[in-house]
Design a protein around this ligand. Structure first.
Ligand code: ADP
Ligand code: MG
Length: 929
């Protein structure tokens, strides 16, 4: 459709064959969805699976393996055509086939891993996807944004995104930010009439554009374009997809792998040189066979040096963690955040709804100079008022009327007779209080002989102003009704209704302030309710600030919002874990303090509370001094949150910050972990967040922190294991190259400690499979008793020494086993098999130790069933390959005697058990000191 903004609403609706009161029918919507396609921007074409698979073949390790295959085939050819040694040639062919299979398995695994990680991240992202309010079959429903079609009638309010290109049909104060299209930061005011001449995008004031944020007001309109047809889509066509970023930990591992690659290449050349030199010294020339043998050793070494499973295991751990988190109602949007969560040491949380239940009930109010208590609980509208001072006056009615008229919430009874709240909980509480006094909005708005009330304008609540107003026309008179935070309202109040008289604020202030403070000290949320008579022109055209002044205070409501019972324990847990919990609220200082004390955020009843007004006066330098100690901030605006985050970050803290409103988005972006509310949060906030609490509960934050730590701990565990075993493998081979200067028994000087295929087997089976299982490990018992991880410290810190000691002992044991077998006169294959199994079982014993930051004696070896299964599989299959004739040929293994089997399975436990014992003793001594 051309130039929608020049057409009249009805024309647009007819052209789109839709209806503003009925919306589309769901079957019509379905047909249109099939015709126009999903309302989504097309991503850059994805790489086809076969190409992705081929990409895995570009890995350095795989290239080394291909070189090995080439060499093996070459030596086979040499055997067949030159020496005529057919059996030797067949062995070389088997070897190359085996390496090819391993390449296939390795690449398949890497490919499968990448695909499944992508799938689960996509699934998580879809869960975080936006919903839009759409009129279908005459009812408003939430529909996934992708299902919007042209002709749909959609509704938006502050904090939403406009999800398609829309022609507005009706707006109330609607403003949207279209910076993504026009570059213009100022929000644009919208209207719904047809324009008369052609204008640029930014001036098409009756249009909404996909991707813009609703910064104020609300409105509804008809979708005119979706997906790639929207203005946003046209821009998207011009842009390329951004590549997915690696997480910091992935970067660490990547650079580590690269370094190890270089080490590996160094080792290859060193070994090759040494071996050839040895051979030349002994025989005086270098035969092709010797060359092939030395190359094979060198390649085995290179393979041994690279921790090939590391990258795959790493992303598996992260993905498993993210999936687990989602089951716990915490939706993480990037793998990056998973590890940051574990390092968080400040959590700044909203009060209302997160720390408290957000089930608000008016329990007391003060109106016309008298106190009242309100009976009843929850949303049930039965209950009565008990005048505390034994006075009952008609002015109370006036107070309640203003409370329900200046209000957009509702309470309705469902089929089962239960009362269901709709709208802002603070407003719901006032609606319920009104109903208890038989006052409700619908009745007030019905016209009769005595009463004719119309609501002309709504100035919605926002947490910076902390007020909400409506402009009404009552029996021909114009009025503005304003309600909001009492301390804000008091400054805009001229007079107070007291005993049916108007008392100037100067006289009444002290009384009112005392009432407010008393309510707040009892942890009640306070709302002041006012009215003001105005003239027509102010009523129709007045700015918000002009309207919200010279008010007449009708009364104060005290609203209870009980703390969530489970939060107290969560806060305790976090405190033990070295995480500081900070409460940030728009509420009154005394209310905030009382709740913070109840929840254990502060330990003293009179703890310090920092108010928004104070923050405004503090320069950054002084704020930095306050921010580490402060635990409660009250009467703050969303803008303050950002300052608090930044001040904490300047002090080197890792900050998680929660938010729900649109104005919170910048603070969430600034925080290391932005946390949005899944239920009460606006789409804009969810978009800015790293973590979404699907259930809005604080406890979920605690669980997420714990999950973050578990993941990080597991990553450390498997790095410890992988690197230790790599050191062992390299050393076992290198000692052979360096120390075997002459033949021992039947074993020649150039015989490697392990064949290349044995090293491959060790890497792929006995090393990688248990490593995968470590990803599923449960947290260590003391995880939430430790201080948060210091992000400046390398992940390898504190591990390097342990890796080298254990790796050296393990590798040394393997070499000694080999030499012992050789000196006992065993054939080369038997000596290599003994070395192989010693290495395999050394690793399998060690994996239990790697699970712990202390030693294996502190962890139940049976607590990770997957690990037990992986270890058993690795053990049995490694024993099998020494007995099956096929593998004997291919891998160069040989069947051993049962005594030898017993020795190679049990003896390798000794280094792990003994070293751990020494460490335990050392820890005990250190503790005594
Ligand atoms: P928080 O979310 O931290 O509880 P808010 O910004 O929601 O803080 O509220 C701050 C203050 O604004 C409240 O203490 C209350 O006095 C006032 N207020 C809250 N909701 C409304 C509303 N719907 N209408 C008028 N005033 C409100
Ligand atoms: Mg709030």
């Amino acid at each position: 459709m051309q130039k929608v903004y020049l057409k009249h609403k009805e024309e647009v609706l007819t052209a789109l064959a839709t209806n503003r009161t009925h919306g589309l029918t769901s079957s019509d919507a379905e047909t249109r969805l099939a015709k126009f396609g999903p309302n989504a921007l097309k991503a850059a074409p994805t790489i086809p699976a076969w190409k992705q698979f081929l990409l895995t073949l570009k890995e350095p390790l795989v290239i080394i393996l291909f070189v090995a295959v080439g060499l093996a085939l070459l030596s086979a050819a040499y055997d067949f055509f030159v020496t005529g040694n057919r059996s030797h040639g067949m062995a070389a062919i088997y070897e190359s086939i085996a390496i090819l299979i391993l390449i296939g398995v390795n690449s398949g695994l890497g490919y499968w891993q990448a695909q499944s990680a992508k799938k689960s991240m996509d699934a998580l992202r879809n869960m975080a996807d936006h919903q839009a309010r759409v009129l279908r079959d005459e009812v408003w429903e939430d529909v996934p944004v992708a299902e919007l079609v042209p002709g749909d009638i959609v509704r938006v309010q502050t904090g939403d995104f406009v999800e398609a290109d829309v022609r507005w049909l009706r707006v109330a104060n609607l403003q949207t930010s279209e910076a993504h299209l026009t570059g213009e930061a100022e929000p644009v005011s919208k209207q719904s009439h047809a324009l008369t001449e052609k204008v640029e995008l930014g001036d098409q004031t009756n249009m909404g554009f996909a991707g813009s944020m609703v910064t104020a007001g609300n409105g509804y309109g008809v979708v005119v374009a979706t997906g790639m047809e929207t203005e946003l889509g046209k821009i998207a066509k011009l842009m390329n997809d951004v590549p997915t970023q690696k997480t910091p930990i992935e970067r660490v591992v990547h650079s580590l792998s690269k370094k190890l690659m270089i080490v590996a290449i160094g080792i290859v050349f060193l070994t090759l040189g040494l071996e050839l030199f040895k051979a030349y010294q002994q025989t005086g020339n270098i035969s092709f066979e010797i060359l092939a043998a030395s190359l094979s050793t060198a390649i085995a070494l290179a393979v041994a040096a690279i921790p090939d499973a590391l990258p795959a295991v790493l992303s598996i751990v992260l993905t498993i963690g993210a999936t687990k988190l989602a089951k716990n109602q915490g939706l993480i949007k990037s793998l990056n955040s998973v590890e940051t969560l574990g390092a968080t040491n400040y959590i700044a949380s909203d009060k209302t709804g997160t720390l408290t239940k957000n089930e608000m009930t008016v329990t007391r109010f003060f109106a016309n100079g008298a106190h009242y208590e309100v009976e009843g609980n929850g949303y049930d509208t039965t209950g009565d008022f008990l005048p505390v001072d034994d006075r009952d006056t008609p002015a109370v009615e006036c107070f309640l009327q203003a409370a329900v008229l200046n209000n957009e919430a509702n309470v309705m009874q469902d089929e089962d007779g239960r009362f269901q709240p709709f709208g802002n909980p603070t407003d719901v509480a006032l609606v319920v209080a009104g109903a208890k006094g038989d006052i409700d909005r619908a009745t007030l708005l019905e016209k009769n002989d005595q009463r004719d009330i119309d609501i002309l304008r709504v100035l919605p609540f926002d947490s910076t102003r902390k007020m909400m107003s409506v402009v009404i026309k009552e029996n021909g008179q114009f009025k503005v009704l304003t309600k909001g935070a009492p301390d804000v309202i008091l400054q805009k109040t001229d007079q107070v209704v007291d005993h049916d008289q108007l008392v100037p604020i100067a006289e009444a202030r002290a009384t009112m302030e005392k009432v407010i403070l008393d309510f707040a000290n009892d942890a009640l949320r306070t709302i002041a309710i006012t009215e003001r008579a105005i003239d027509e022109s102010l009523a129709l055209h007045g700015e918000t600030a002009e309207l919200e002044q010279h008010l007449t205070l009708l009364g104060i409501a005290g609203i209870i919002d009980p703390p969530r019972p489970e939060v107290k324990r969560s806060i305790q847990t976090l405190h033990t874990a070295g995480v500081n919990v900070v409460m940030i609220t728009g509420d009154h200082a005394a209310t905030a303090r009382a709740i913070a004390y109840k929840l254990g955020i502060v330990q003293k009843k009179d703890a310090q509370v920092i108010e928004g007004a104070m923050l405004d006066k503090l320069p950054d330098a002084e704020l930095d001094d306050v921010v580490l100690e402060a635990r409660v901030y009250a009467r703050v605006s969303p803008e303050h949150k950002q300052r608090i985050v930044k001040a904490l970050q300047r002090r080197g803290q890792v900050v998680a910050m929660t938010g729900d409103g649109i104005n919170d988005a910048p603070a969430l972006r600034a925080a290391d972990i932005g946390i949005a509310m899944g239920i009460n949060g606006t789409e804009v906030t969810k978009d800015a967040a790293d973590l979404i609490l699907l259930d809005d509960k604080f406890t979920t934050i605690e669980k997420s922190v714990a999950a973050g730590r578990t993941i990080f701990g597991n990553i450390k565990n498997f790095m410890r294991h992988e690197l230790t075993t790599n050191v062992a493998e390299v050393l076992a081979l290198l000692l052979g190259v360096l120390l075997m200067t002459g033949p021992i028994g039947h074993v020649s000087a150039t015989t490697p400690t392990l064949t290349a295929l044995m090293v491959l087997w060790v890497n792929m089976v006995s090393d990688a499979i248990p490593s995968f299982a470590l990803a599923y490990d449960k947290p260590q018992a003391d995880q939430m008793k430790q201080k948060p991880r210091d992000t400046d410290v390398s992940i390898l810190r504190g591990m390097v020494g342990r890796i080298f000691v254990r790796g050296t002992v393990m590798g040394g044991t393997v070499y000694i086993a080999f030499i012992w077998a050789a000196s006992a006169g065993l054939p080369a294959a038997a000596a290599q098999t003994i070395a192989f199994l010693t290495l395999v079982f050394g690793q399998l014993w060690h994996v239990f130790d790697a699970r712990s930051t202390t030693t294996l004696y502190r962890r139940n070896p049976f607590s990770n069933v997957k690990l037990l299964a992986a270890v058993s599989f690795a053990a049995v299959s490694s024993l099998l390959v020494t007995t099956l004739p096929f593998f004997n040929v291919v891998m160069g293994t040989q069947m051993l005697t049962w005594q030898q089997y017993l020795l190679v399975t049990v003896l390798p436990a000794i280094p792990t058990l003994v070293l751990s014992g020494i460490k335990e003793a050392w820890l005990a001594v250190a503790k005594k000191k």
